[in-house]
Design a protein around this ligand. Structure first.
Ligand code: F6R
Length: 610
């Protein structure tokens, strides 16, 4: 969370920073700020809220400066007000710093600095770093930074400047990603929290490892360690010149990304399956088939929407490949003792590849010798770099904080992976052919939903009057219900709880009355009759019911108040139409309720703090 963007080069640094921050805004939008050096003095601009508010405060005409550091904040320490916006400064206004991460011993350091008469202006942990560097400064900025970093506990990605060093930026990282890039002509150096801010540029890039420091002086980059020893580094080419962000005429990125899905689902399977042979192959899979065929235990770890994909994968892999799978929420897995043997595979699922909890869980498993496969959208992300192998979603950049297309791509890849593993075990060619042929039909079924969204919009209007929702499903429709409930909560700020329908009678039924809406996902043939019984029980207690059901369902229209009819498909794939229709349902409710759909309150796209 939080985005850092710094620029040193031939263009207007403040303008470049503003543009860079806009590309990173999805990482946090509580406040934003920029600092630069003008006439040997630090200058800065800060605003609470989005970059737009910051931009309004800056008159670019008077500011043709070579160097600037910028930040867009997701609040951790201190509320989302202007005084807590980054950059932060030392007492003497010599050092300006932007920071992503959490300094765990900030309180001890702050008390120590206060006892030495340092005055603090914000409630943040970041201000401590600026004060510490200033207190350790004896004309050598690199040395004072090294000395200070050794005193810090916790995680950080930082970029800092000092008024006495007008041509220098120092950047450093520990457990928090930071990339440094320069163009071929060496006229520009850019520091960014993630490669998304490199769009429109062709750069040579390095990702800092733990406790590495980049000392940038007049566009020369030196990477050093905490002993001030220069490290030999190879920069990799990232060509993002043609990457542009556009809503393509849609009102929100979320809607655009929902509509991207017929093509992104296709991209996730194209070139990876030969349906008439019943075969699946993943390019560049760096795990040997002899290892994969011996796997008897899989642990899948992820957060949020990606965790819902993990729950779906668990069912698919257990059923098809007969391998024991556990789906662990990453923030919990770290504190458990997972059983890892030489035949265990650990899979991490993440859109961003930067989720701190997922990375931490993976690191623990890796230390214990587990093989890690990541299923990730952002190539070059921290997660893909620490994994033994990665399968990329190829969904393109997802801008809306609320994940949509990444989820359907995750499901596509995991479905293929389940078939791939099953074929290494005992799945017959005939079954694989059937499963793959059905997958190929999904994009056109999704297109049908997208062609006629007015039915979903109309139901959203009716159900937007409710404040409380139960989302129910069974079997694969249960994680589908969890995902659909999360979408509604996230963007409409309404209360929505997901339950396996059979659990209702064990407690939640007590909450049912005419003020509660039930959103039922019944597209699972195996559990259809049992699902109807659960809905009958809710109906008898006056709940309002909206069902998402396949066209070949019988009897649901007699129980539910409203039905959104979806194309038939096999149980294993019914997640797709149900999820995409539910994404639209959440979108339309949020629109009616006039929330900030692409950037919902309190959230951020990349959750880079634990
Ligand atoms: C929900 C959502 C989040 C993310 C979660 C994990 O719409 O976007 O729940 O799924 O923060 O993020 P990634 O997949 O980037 O690890």
């Amino acid at each position: 969370m939080c985005g850092i963007f710094a620029y040193l080069g031939s263009k207007s640094s403040i303008k470049e920073c503003l543009n860079g921050l806009k590309l990173l805004e999805y990482r946090g939008y509580d406040s934003a700020g920029i600092a630069a050096i003008k006439n040997n003095k630090l200058i800065h601009f800060k605003a609470s809220g989005k970059i737009e508010a910051l931009e309004k405060k800056i008159n670019l005409k008077d500011l043709k400066l070579d160097l600037a550091i910028g930040h867009t904040r997701w609040a951790t320490h201190g509320s989302a007000i202007e005084k807590n916006a980054h950059p932060h400064f030392d007492d003497k206004q010599n050092v300006a710093i932007v920071h992503n991460g959490i300094i765990e011993n900030y309180d001890i350091l702050k008390k120590l600095l206060i006892s030495k008469n340092y005055k603090f202006r914000s409630d943040t942990d970041t201000e401590v770093i600026a004060q510490l560097i200033s207190s350790n400064y004896k004309n050598d900025l690199v040395e004072s930074t090294i000395k200070s970093l050794k005193e810090l506990k916790g995680s950080f990605a930082i970029a800092l400047i000092h008024k006495n060093h007008p041509n220098e930026i120092i950047a450093a990282s520990r457990e928090s990603p930071l990339a440094i890039g320069f163009n071929d002509k060496k006229t520009e150096v850019i520091i960014s929290s993630d490669p998304n801010a490199f769009s429109g540029r062709n750069l040579n890039v390095i990702f800092l490892k733990n406790d590495e420091i980049a000392h940038i002086k007049n566009q020369e980059i030196r990477i050093i360690n905490l002993k001030n020893k220069t490290l030999k580094k190879t920069f990799e080419k990232i060509n993002a010149k043609n990457i542009k962000f556009s809503k393509k005429g849609f009102e929100h990125f979320m809607l655009k990304e929902i509509f991207d899905q017929p093509s992104t689902i296709q991209k996730a399977y194209l070139g990876r399956m030969t349906e008439n042979e019943g075969l699946v192959e993943f390019e560049d899979l760096k795990l040997s088939k002899s290892f994969l065929s011996k796997i008897d235990n899989i642990i899948i770890t992820a957060c949020g929407t990606s965790h819902h994909a993990a729950l779906i994968a668990k069912s698919l892999i257990e059923e098809k490949a007969n391998i024991l799978v556990s789906a662990e929420i990453a923030s919990e897995m770290r504190f458990k003792t997972p059983i890892l043997t030489k035949n265990t595979l650990v899979i991490a699922i993440s859109q961003s590849g930067e989720t701190a909890d997922t990375i931490a869980a993976i690191k623990t498993a890796k230390e214990k010798g587990a093989k890690i496969l990541s299923i990730v959208n952002v190539e070059n992300s921290s997660l893909s770099r620490i994994s033994d192998s990665s399968i990329f979603l190829k969904a393109g950049i997802e801008r809306s904080v609320c994940s949509t297309k990444a989820f359907s791509s995750q499901i596509t890849v995991l479905y293929l992976f389940a078939i791939f593993l099953s074929r290494l075990k005992s799945m017959q060619k005939k079954e694989a052919i059937l499963l793959l042929t059905e997958l190929k039909k999904i994009p056109s079924k999704v297109r049908k939903i997208l062609k006629n969204t007015s039915i979903i919009e109309e139901k959203a209007k009716k159900y937007s009057k409710f404040e409380n929702f139960f989302f129910l499903g069974r079997n694969l429709m249960y994680p589908t219900a969890m995902e659909a409930a999360l979408k509604l909560k996230e963007i409409s700020y309404l209360h929505a709880s997901a339950y396996p329908a059979g659990e209702m009678k064990h407690g939640p039924l007590a909450l049912i009355d005419s003020k509660l809406a039930i959103i039922a996902f019944s597209s699972n043939k195996k559990t259809y009759d049992k699902m109807l019984s659960s809905l009958m029980e809710a109906r008898a207690r006056n709940a309002k019911i909206l069902a998402f059901a396949t066209k070949n369902s019988y009897g649901i229209e007699d129980i539910a108040d409203d039905v959104i009819w979806l194309d038939n498909t096999i149980d294993e794939l019914s997640i797709f139409p149900s999820t995409i229709a539910a994404q639209l349902f959440a979108y339309f409710i949020a629109k009616i309720r006039k929330t900030d759909i692409d950037q919902p309150r309190n959230l951020a796209k990349s959750v880079t703090v634990e």
